[in-house]
Write a protein that binds this ligand. Structure first.
Ligand SMILES: NC(=O)c1ccc[n+]([C@@H]2O[C@H](COP(=O)([O-])OP(=O)(O)OC[C@H]3O[C@@H](n4cnc5c(N)ncnc54)[C@H](OP(=O)(O)O)[C@@H]3O)[C@@H](O)[C@H]2O)c1
Length: 271
């Protein structure tokens, strides 16, 4: 099977999916058809992701696996050992996508140092694709200067109908960089949005799936999380929903700059 260079548009977020229950939920997702799993060193789900993929009996190249280097492991002495440890924990020779989880505040580790280490990890064969997470336009511009255009496969950031990040979205479109929408359901909160509820009723779908369909139609990759089979199934069905231009406009109007994840280490967001 040829190795795809693209990222499957709908993946499974694995935050919280630890232990036997985590393996169970990830296994259910793989059974439903999910082929893209998003983990991170800091989630403690690298092992459950690896175990679920092995139990599913899928070939390694059939599942797209992303992991992220924690912001506490970006110093030169820590970076590469942490990546090798991630590969061991997942039980693979290479991940499909390796991300910098958060930029380092105050640059206590120099930006050039950890971005170069990310590229070295790719050159060493530890990652097929590389990218970043929680990066602003200014940081993306610096990354492009350092590593060249097209070096990064994605920037994973918080995006959902209530936070549509128009400045970052327009920059990314111009730069040919795909955005991955994390926490695309705002922990399930968007499912109660009246506009999404109305569109879902009209389409015989459900509001969370409509939100995911909207984000994918905007060109984003989405990585919703769920431990429930019912929600995993309905989220997966988002790939089959076609929204009209009127639906798209109505959901675009829901943007209210509502940011749910904003720890003190956050960079100065663009929008
Ligand atoms: N890069 C970063 O800094 C970063 C930050 C945050 C998250 N992430 C990634 O993004 C993934 C997703 O984010 P998240 O897990 O925080 O939040 P999320 O996907 O927005 O929401 C997950 C929550 O929504 C509920 N839910 C799922 N499907 C639903 C549906 N169809 N209807 C109603 N409720 C539904 C789930 O409950 P049930 O389990 O009951 O279905 C769960 O409580 C994470 O797992 C992680 O991989 C990355």
């Amino acid at each position: 099977m040829a190795v795809s260079t693209s990222i499957p548009p709908l993946g499974l977020g694995t935050f919280g999916r630890t232990g036997p229950e985590g393996i169970e939920a990830i296994s259910t997702a793989l059974e439903i058809g999910y082929r893209h799993l998003d983990t991170a060193q800091s989630y403690d789900t690298e092992a459950t992701v690896g175990e679920a993929v092995r139990r599913a009996g899928l070939k390694r190249e059939e599942v797209f696996i992303t992991t992220k280097v924690a912001d506490t492991r970006l110093a030169p002495a820590d970076f590469m050992p942490s990546v090798r440890r991630s590969l061991d924990t997942i039980g693979v020779n290479q991940v499909d996508l390796l991300l910098i989880h958060w930029p380092v505040p105050e640059e206590t580790v120099p930006f050039e140092s950890y971005m170069s280490a990310l590229k070295e990890a790719q050159d060493a064969g530890h990652a097929r694709l590389i990218g970043v997470s929680n990066f602003t336009i200014a940081l993306l511009e610096r990354a492009e200067k350092l590593l060249g255009k097209g070096a990064l496969a994605t920037n994973q950031v918080e995006i959902h109908p209530w936070l549509q990040v128009p400045k970052l979205r327009d920059y990314a479109r111009g730069a040919g960089l795909q955005l991955t929408a994390y926490q695309p359901l705002v922990k399930g909160q968007v499912a109660s949005d009246p506009v999404l509820v109305g569109i879902a009723k009209e389409l015989g779908s459900n509001p969370a799936a409509v939100a995911l369909a909207f984000l994918m139609a905007e060109g984003h990759i989405v990585i919703p999380a769920s431990a429930s089979r019912t929600n995993l199934v309905s989220n997966w069905a988002a790939t089959t929903i076609t929204l009209t231009p009127e639906h798209m406009d109505a959901i675009r109007r829901l943007d209210r700059g509502y940011r749910h994840i904003n720890p003190t280490k956050s960079p100065r967001w663009d929008d």
